[in-house]
Design a protein around this ligand. Structure first.
Ligand code: 13P
Ligand code: SF4
Length: 370
């Protein structure tokens, strides 16, 4: 069964897709469908819209009005007009982003503890300390950060537009934070085979109370004192899902499954990126597969990204080491239903922080011409 763009499927189409595309056993589908019917009824009754990320389990992705990568969800959030309630079946930093971009709506998330190891690796105080030391810099944060961090940076970027944002933003050095691997992969793509007149610093986390930045073109580390500030709760802001993959694992899959194309998310270790054939965010991977459906793929990302891939290209084989994001999976079908039924958990952001964080998001739209 071929489903093209996510959202607005009928309950019959969803049932068929769970059976055909996702190979759910019939007895499981019998339990899932009444939950989705109830969600569908509540959505209409409460004048709600449902947004879901590609790492949610297939039934949640299929019932959502919009499913997508961070950027697609950001655009969708900006466009919400006549709805009262927004259910963001995502992790918390994305639900915060939705709230920032549709501030007059009530935004809810199924699990408030749906965090992200990248987002917890930085905070606003750390960014302020970096800026004190680099007043001429352009500080860009990956969208995977909380509002207090967004409030202190010059612009946000996502996996889909990071290179474009960095190319267009003024300032030197360019500091990309918090994910060290993401920053190294983006800077590598941006600077390879070019004369570079700017310095590119990647945030490398906190070591012994010091904030570490790395000049990636010259392999030189700078250490800033973190004294007197609240340091982030995790010492390094990398993705606990994507950092697990190894070049050996990829070599094994290539050998044993006769893979044509290895697609990897830019949050992987640069060593993994170097042995992959295509690097891109979740939306870019789907686009790539759609235009090259005759290949056999290895997907180096979260396991449920294979859901939209299989729906868009039902004849194509997608292999994956199948690693789940424990944060994304805090949203279960049960908590998803409870969320819309009881209108929990509401996402609220301090007004002052929200105003500044929104400006960094608006800057991203402006720098990417959207
Ligand atoms: P995308 O914006 O590429 O979907 O990435 C979000 C994310 O959290 C990846 O781990
Ligand atoms: Fe965060 Fe990684 Fe999970 Fe994405 S997959 S939400 S980056 S921990």
């Amino acid at each position: 069964m071929k489903l093209v763009d996510g959202g607005k499927y009928t309950l019959n189409e969803i049932e068929a897709s769970l059976l055909d595309n996702h190979k759910y056993p019939a007895h499981q589908v019998e339990r899932i469908m009444p939950v989705l019917e109830e969600v569908d009824r509540l959505r209409a009754e409460k004048n709600a819209i449902i947004l879901a990320h590609y790492y949610q389990e297939p039934p949640i992705q299929l019932i959502a009005d919009v499913r997508g990568d961070s950027l697609k969800l950001a655009y969708a959030a900006r466009e919400i007009k006549d709805k009262r309630l927004v259910l963001s079946s995502t992790v918390l930093f994305m639900a915060e982003m939705v709230k920032l971009l549709s501030e007059d709506k009530k935004v809810i998330i199924p699990a408030l503890d749906a965090g992200c190891s990248i987002a917890e690796g930085i905070n606003g105080a750390t960014v302020k300390r970096i800026r004190e030391n680099f007043p001429e810099s352009a500080i860009v944060s990956y969208i995977n950060v909380y509002a207090d961090t967004k409030a202190e940076v010059d612009s946000v970027c996502t996996s889909a537009n990071a290179q474009e944002i960095i190319k267009n933003i003024k300032g030197n050095p360019v500091i990309l934070l918090p994910d060290y691997f993401f920053a190294k992969n983006i800077f590598y793509e941006l600077t390879k085979n070019k004369n570079n007149d700017r310095t590119y610093l990647a945030y490398k986390g906190v070591d012994n109370g010091n904030i570490i930045l790395e000049d990636v073109l010259n392999n030189r580390a700078t250490s800033l004192s973190g004294k007197g500030i609240n340091l982030p709760s995790l010492p390094k802001g990398t993705c606990i899902v994507h950092e697990q993959f190894t070049p050996e694992e990829i070599a094994y899959f290539r050998r044993s499954q006769k893979i044509d194309v290895v697609m990897a998310h830019p949050e992987v270790n640069p060593e993994v990126a170097r042995v992959s054939d295509f690097i891109g965010g979740t939306e870019a991977m789907i686009r790539y597969a759609k235009t090259n459906p005759s290949k056999k793929y290895l997907v180096i990302s979260e396991c449920d990204l294979t859901a939209p891939l299989k729906e868009a290209c039902p004849e194509t084989e997608f292999n994956t080491p199948c690693t789940f994001c424990p944060y994304m999976k805090r949203n279960t079908l049960e908590s998803f239903l409870r969320s819309i039924k009881e209108e929990v958990f509401e996402v609220n952001i301090d007004k002052k922080i929200a105003g500044k964080a929104r400006m960094s998001l608006e800057r991203m739209f402006e720098l990417s011409g959207k």
